[in-house]
Design a protein around this ligand. Structure first.
Ligand code: ZN
Length: 621
C-alpha cells in the first residue's frame, strides 16, 4: 500500500512562483537574489501556516542552486537542488527555538557557523518560532547576527513579532507575511483536488478556506480530513459542514427571512434546532451578525466585491438583500453585536440570544412607525409651506429621500438632460390651498426627475423642487425597485403617500374602514379625542376628511394622527390612507375688557351715548 503523505507536505511549493498568496515577498526575494543584494539576516513574521518556513527553504535552495533559471528560480535538477529536495543538504540547518531555547543551544549553533560550507556557496540557518528564545539566548546570538561570516545567512521565523527584542529586529530585514485570501486558498485546493482526482464542490472548498482563516496548512489538513472521511473520494458541502462542525448558512437565511417577516416564533424554533445540533449560541450570534454584514455589503454595487462567498451563495445573498431594508440590517447588527458583547457575562445565555432575536423581529414594525412619524412631520411642514399667505402661489412639493444605485445624492439636475413632464391632478379644493396632485416620473437611472408643469388649474409653470434629497444610511428610503410604485404613482402633493416596505396596497370596503375607525375610537379615552372620532369622516378615495370646531380639536387630532394612521394603514393593509382636517365655521366671540371697548360697544347699541359724550365734553379713562 502506498504511503499516505499529507497534502501540506506533498504539495509544499518548491519554487517561489508556486507560493500561494505571498507575491510581495517572493518578488522581493527573487529580485534580491538576481541583483546579488541579499541581506544576511531575515525575519519572517506572520500567522501560522502562511508559508514562512516554505519561503525560507526555497530561499535556501535557490541561493545554493548551481544553474539558476533566468526567472531566478532553482533548477531542481542540479546536485544541490536534489539534495535540498531530498532533505539531505548539509547547507541548511533548521532549529526549532520552541524546544531549543537555551543559551547552550544557541552556542552550539554559533559554533557551527564558524565552519564554511563543504559544497555550495551559502550555509542557511532557519530558526523557527524565534520568539521562544530566552533573553540570554538572544543576547548570545546578537554578536553573530550582527557580523556573520559572508557564507552564513540567518532566517528567523516567528508568529509573534512583538516578542522579539529591538536589538534583534534592527539587525534583520523584516518580511511580513499576509494571511492568505479565501479565494487564493480555495483555488489552490481546487488545483490539488484536480491533481488527486477528487471531486470537490466549490462551496465546500470555499467553506474550508473560510474556516482556515488565512492559513494554507490548516486548509490542507481539513482537506485531507474530509477526503479521508468520504468513501468515494469526494468533498461535498454536506460532508464539510458535518466534519468541520460548521453551521449551515442556510439557517442564517431562514432566520433572517423569519425576522424580516416580523415573526419571533420561527426564529426561536430555528435557534433551538441549532443548539440541539451542538452549536454554541455565541458562535451562532457572531455568525448571524456576519450574515447581516454580508447582506449590507450586497446593498451597494461598490461593496459587493467584499462578499467572499462562492457564486451560487452570492446569488442567495443578493436575493435576500433585495428584500432587507438597510435600516433593518443596521439595527439588527447593532442588536447582534450587543448580544455578542453581553454573552460571556450573561447567566442565561440562551435567553439573551432569544431576546436579541425578538428585538430583531420587531425592527420591521419599528421602521414602519418611524416612517409614519417622518410622514407626519413632513405633512405639518408642508401645511405651512402651502398656506397662501406665505407663498402666494402654491407650489407642489414632493418629499423624496432617494439613495440612487451609484450612491451620490440627487441634486435635482437632470441626469439625461431632458425634462419629464408632470401632469397635474385635479386641484384639491377641500383644504382650500390649491395644492395639486402631480406625477413624478423616475428615469432609467432610478433618479427622480424634475417635473415641469405645463398646464394646471392656474395655468402656471413651475419646476418641482426636490426636497430633502440627502441620503441617509439608517433611515428607510424609497425603494428604487420599479415594481414598487413609490415615486411614480400619483401622489397628493401636500401629503405624499409613504413608501412602506411592509404595508401593502390592499383594497378595502367602506364598511371595513368604518369598522376599523370605530375599533380605533374604542381605544381612545380622552374627551376631545372621543369627540373628534365620534363625529365621523368624509371618505374621498383613500383620504378621510374631518371637519373640526376649533384649534383645540385640531391640536388633539394632530397629537393622535400618527396612531390613527398607523392603525388604519396596518389593519386595512393599505399605505395610502390619509387623514385631513379643516376647521368648520369659526365662531368669533370677542370679549370686552377696556373702558374704551365698553363705550364703543354701548354707543353702537345706543348712538345717543356718543352724542351725549360730545356735548358734555367727556373723556374716557
Ligand atoms: Zn539547482
Amino acid at each position: 500500500m502506498e504511503q499516505f503523505i499529507v497534502s501540506a507536505r506533498k504539495y509544499r511549493p518548491s519554487t517561489f512562483d508556486t507560493v500561494v498568496g505571498q507575491g510581495h515577498i517572493t518578488t522581493t526575494l527573487k529580485n534580491a537574489i538576481g541583483q546579488n543584494h541579499l541581506a544576511q539576516a531575515f525575519l519572517f513574521c506572520g500567522p501560522r501556516g502562511v508559508g514562512k518556513t516554505t519561503c525560507a527553504r526555497i530561499l535556501a535552495k535557490t541561493i545554493n542552486c548551481q544553474n539558476l533559471s533566468p526567472e531566478t528560480e532553482a533548477c531542481n535538477t542540479c546536485d544541490s537542488c536534489r539534495s535540498f529536495n531530498g532533505n539531505a543538504s548539509f547547507n541548511v540547518h533548521e532549529l526549532d527555538a520552541a524546544s531549543n531555547n537555551s543559551v547552550d543551544d544557541i552556542r552550539n549553533l554559533v559554533d557551527q557557523v564558524r565552519y564554511p560550507p563543504q559544497a555550495g556557496r551559502y550555509k542557511i540557518y532557519i530558526i523557527d518560532e524565534v520568539h521562544m528564545l530566552s533573553n540570554a539566548a538572544f543576547n548570545a546570538f546578537l554578536k553573530t547576527l550582527e557580523e556573520p561570516p559572508s557564507y552564513a545567512i540567518f532566517i528567523l521565523a516567528t508568529t509573534e513579532k512583538h516578542k522579539i527584542i529591538p536589538t534583534i529586529l534592527s539587525r534583520c530585514q523584516i518580511f511580513d507575511f499576509n494571511r492568505i485570501g479565501i479565494s487564493d486558498i480555495s483555488k489552490h485546493l481546487a488545483r490539488i483536488a484536480r491533481k488527486e482526482e477528487i471531486r470537490a464542490e466549490e462551496e465546500a472548498l470555499q467553506l474550508i478556506a473560510q474556516k482556515a482563516d488565512g492559513g494554507l496548512r490548516d486548509a490542507l489538513s481539513m482537506f485531507d480530513l474530509i477526503t479521508t472521511f468520504s468513501t468515494d473520494r469526494s468533498i461535498s458541502y454536506v460532508n464539510t459542514i458535518a466534519n468541520l462542525h460548521i453551521l449551515d448558512y442556510d439557517y442564517y437565511f431562514r432566520i433572517t427571512d423569519a425576522l424580516l417577516a416580523g415573526r419571533v416564533g420561527p426564529s426561536w424554533v430555528l435557534f433551538d434546532e441549532i443548539l440541539k445540533k451542538g452549536f454554541d449560541g455565541h458562535n451562532f450570534m457572531v455568525g448571524l451578525c456576519e450574515h447581516f454584514r454580508n447582506l449590507l455589503v450586497c446593498k451597494d454595487a461598490a461593496t459587493v466585491q467584499l462578499l467572499q462567498v462562492s457564486g451560487s451563495v452570492q446569488q442567495k445573498y443578493l436575493q435576500q438583500a433585495a428584500g432587507a431594508p438597510v435600516a433593518f440590517l443596521a439595527t439588527a447588527m447593532h442588536y447582534a453585536n450587543e448580544c455578542d458583547q453581553g454573552y460571556k457575562a450573561s447567566k442565561n445565555a440562551k435567553l439573551l440570544v432569544e431576546l436579541a432575536l425578538m428585538k430583531m423581529a420587531h425592527i420591521p414594525a419599528a421602521v414602519n412607525l418611524a416612517r409614519l412619524v417622518q410622514d407626519n412631520g413632513d405633512l405639518l411642514k408642508k401645511k405651512d409651506e402651502h398656506s397662501p399667505g406665505v407663498t402666494g402661489v402654491p407650489t407642489p412639493v414632493v418629499s423624496v429621500n432617494p439613495v440612487p444605485a451609484n450612491g451620490t445624492p440627487v441634486n435635482g439636475t437632470h441626469a439625461n438632460g431632458t425634462a419629464v413632464n408632470g401632469t397635474h391632478g385635479t386641484p384639491n379644493g377641500a383644504n382650500g390651498n390649491g395644492a395639486h396632485g402631480a406625477t413624478y416620473p423616475v428615469n432609467g437611472n432610478g433618479k427622480p426627475t424634475n417635473g415641469v408643469h405645463e398646464s394646471g388649474a392656474n395655468g402656471y409653470k413651475a419646476t418641482t423642487p426636490v426636497a430633502k434629497a440627502t441620503p441617509s444610511l439608517a433611515r428607510p428610503t424609497i425603494s428604487l425597485n420599479p415594481n414598487v410604485p413609490a415615486v411614480s404613482t400619483q401622489q397628493q402633493a401636500n401629503a405624499p403617500a409613504p413608501t412602506q416596505q411592509f404595508i401593502g396596497e390592499a383594497p378595502y370596503t367602506p364598511e371595513q374602514l368604518r369598522t376599523q375607525w370605530e375599533a380605533f375610537s374604542r381605544t381612545r379615552n380622552a374627551p376631545t379625542e372621543e369627540l373628534i372620532l365620534n363625529r365621523g369622516y368624509q371618505a374621498d378615495g383613500h383620504t378621510l376628511h374631518l371637519t373640526l370646531d376649533n384649534q383645540i380639536q385640531m391640536d388633539s387630532l394632530n397629537a393622535m394622527r400618527m396612531d390613527l394612521l398607523e392603525f388604519l394603514r396596518r389593519t386595512l393593509n393599505n399605505r395610502h390612507i390619509q387623514v385631513k382636517a379643516e376647521l368648520g365655521a369659526v365662531e368669533i366671540r370677542k370679549s370686552i375688557y377696556t373702558n374704551q371697548e365698553k363705550f364703543k360697544y354701548l354707543s353702537q347699541k345706543h348712538p345717543v351715548l356718543s352724542d351725549l359724550r360730545t356735548q358734555l365734553g367727556l373723556e374716557i379713562e
